[in-house]
Structure formats: C-alpha cells, structure tokens
Write a protein that binds this ligand. Structure first.
Ligand SMILES: [Zn+2]
Length: 350
C-alpha cells in the first residue's frame, strides 16, 4: 500500500500517542494465527484485520451453520446455506475488509501432528477454539516454541481471557484442574449469549494489539460476567507442580499415536487418514456429475454431504467426518469415497 493511503486508512489509530506511524508499521509487520473460526476467533480476527495486522492465518475444521449466526458477526445466512467452511468464509471476509493485508486459511483440525508447524512462523497465537483439550495443546506447543498466546472462553453469560507468557508467569495448564484428563467423544451443547462474546473478544483484541505494539500487557485473568456487567482481574501464580510449564511433561503434544482413525481434539468429529500418501485432484470431480452432493473450495478441500453425514475431505486424503459414531462405519464410508474418486482418476499416490 502506498504511504499516503496507508496513513489515511489508519489515521484514527496513528493519531493515538501509543501507536503513531511506528506502531502502525509494527502492526503491519506482525503475524498472527487464529485457531478456531467460531464466535471468538472471528471477532478477534476481524478487529486485528481492521487494525492493520499484516498477516493473519485462520484455521478451522467446521462449516458455517445457522446456529452460529446469532453470535458470529463475520458470517451471514448465505455462508450457512452454502455450507462454507468457516476458515474459508472467514478469510474471504477479512480480505474484503482489508485487501492490503495477507490472509491465509487452512481447513483442518488442529492436533499434535500439525500445531507446531501452524504456529512456528507467527508472533502471536489467538485461541478461538471451543474446548479445553485444544487449549491445552496450544499451551504446550507455545511453551515448546516459546510463543505467546491469548486464551478465550465463553459460556452462557460468562467468559474469560488471558494473555499467556509461560516463560514468565502462569500458563493455561496452571489454571486447569490437575484432575483434568483427556476426554473423547465430547458432544455437549451449552448456550451462549452474543453479548459475552463481544465483551471477551474486545478485551482479547486489546491484549493482542498491546502485545504486537510492544506496550505493557496485563497478564491477569479477565473474568467477565455479562449479566452483572462486571469485569474482574485475577492475579494468577504459576502452579509449582504444573506438568506443562514447570515439569515440561507435554501430555497433549506427545500424543501422536499414528492412528488411522481417531476423534479430533476435543470433539465428536472422526478423523480418518489415508493408508498411503496421496494427493486428490478435485478439479476432476467437477467434470463428473454422478458424484454425491459435493462442494470444492479452491481445489484444496471438498465438502461432501451424504444424508445427515458431513465430510470434509482435504486434498491430502484426510477426512473429518461428522454425525457418525462408529469408527467402522466411518472407515467404510471413507473407503467408498476414495474408491469412487480413484475411479474418476482423481487420486495420485505419491
Ligand atoms: Zn503451568
């Protein structure tokens, strides 16, 4: 962007003593990842894009649903009706909001296999996930790679957020009960108000911008109550027995079982991996009308719907299957899809 339009675009920020041209340039050179494109992740991603953060990577494994819309500002009815992957839709909207920044989207689940690669080249990690297990995984990966991150959580009328610098203070594991154990097949529906999302994400975005601008950042836990309209700042000390930041026992990060079928981190989505390394050429699919309901996004990912079952198929052959409980049925379905793709000449074994 030319200097004149850069200054004009961000003039109301640049005029702030704490930002100025120097700070605005820092934001433009900053790289951020947002893990999870739900209500919290997209709200922070939008504010950072508008503020001029130069690189934003967004990651999510789901498609937009109608039940997301009451609290997710960035998505529209058409996104849900078109079954758009959240990461794809989020990136598209961020580019519309600010075409001068770089936005990258990844449709995938975040796991021990890929988290270190995903966060290795960014300055700050934003947690927009919806489960404790993913946060514990982010926590461990950030300790290993010495990254800072911002945790967010919302439920009903309550929420919390914290800037986490595990090299200095309490990490996320320090907050979580020591009795927490890995759970599988979690499928719980809890209500959430849209007001709490806005309150928590406003605080989280402020923490993110302050960190990127190299201003002092509060490391307290912010606890927000949208019913009483109160914000509490809680000082946290490191747990001297913390398995993550003290003992460096990385339970979630080291769980790379190499299973072909498993539950995605903190969810009831079943992940199926191909037996051999392969590449799917989705362009072959569009020429063929006999395939079941399928939508392809940027030749990178396909969304397949068979009855109530949703399948997100990545071009490396990994599938994320929703609404099936049995591993055996998921595997049968997966094998049938791959067979069909193979018959179309769309699979290349590497
Ligand atoms: Zn800790």
């Amino acid at each position: 962007m030319e200097l004149a339009s850069f200054v004009e675009r961000y003039s109301r920020q640049i005029i702030l003593r704490e930002i100025g041209v120097k700070g605005q340039t820092k934001l433009f050179k900053s790289r951020v990842i947002v893990i999870g494109c739900g209500a919290t992740g997209t709200a922070v991603a939008e504010l950072l894009a508008r503020a001029g953060v130069g690189f934003i990577r967004v990651v999510d494994r789901d498609v937009v649903e109608l039940s997301n819309l009451h609290r997710t500002h960035l998505f529209r009815e058409s996104d849900a009706l078109e079954n758009l992957p959240k990461a794809y839709s989020c990136a598209k909207r961020l580019r519309e909001i600010n075409s001068s920044i770089s936005v990258e989207y990844i449709v995938d689940s975040v796991s021990a296999d890929n988290i270190e690669k995903l966060i290795s080249d960014v300055d700050l990690v934003i947690d927009g996930s919806d489960n404790i297990e993913t946060r514990l995984l982010i926590n461990e990966a950030c300790i290993v790679l010495n990254k800072h991150w911002i945790m967010m959580g919302v439920e009903r009328w309550y929420g919390m957020t914290k800037f986490i610098n595990a090299s200095k203070g309490a990490c996320y594991q320090c907050l979580v009960s020591r009795r927490y154990r890995r759970r599988e097949n979690v499928c719980e529906v809890i209500g959430v108000s849209n007001a709490i999302v806005s309150l928590v994400t406003s605080i989280a975005s402020t923490l993110a911008l302050k960190y990127l601008l190299e201003l002092p950042v509060e490391e307290d836990l912010f606890v927000v109550d949208a019913l009483d309209l109160t914000i509490s700042k809680i000082k946290l000390n490191r747990n001297p027995e913390c398995p993550a930041c003290v003992k460096k026992e990385f339970i979630f990060l080291n769980k790379r079982e190499g299973e072909r079928i498993r539950y995605a981190c903190g969810s009831n989505i079943i992940e199926v991996f191909p037996e051999k390394i392969l590449k799917i050429d989705f362009s072959k699919l569009r020429e063929n009308n006999s395939f079941r309901y399928i939508k392809v996004f940027d030749d990178k990912v396909a969304y397949i719907k068979i009855g109530d079952i949703d399948i997100m198929l990545l071009d490396n052959g990994k599938a994320l299957i929703r609404n099936i409980r049995e591993f055996s049925k998921s595997e049968d379905l997966y094998n049938n899809i791959l067979k069909e793709l193979n018959n179309l000449g769309a699979i290349y074994y590497l």
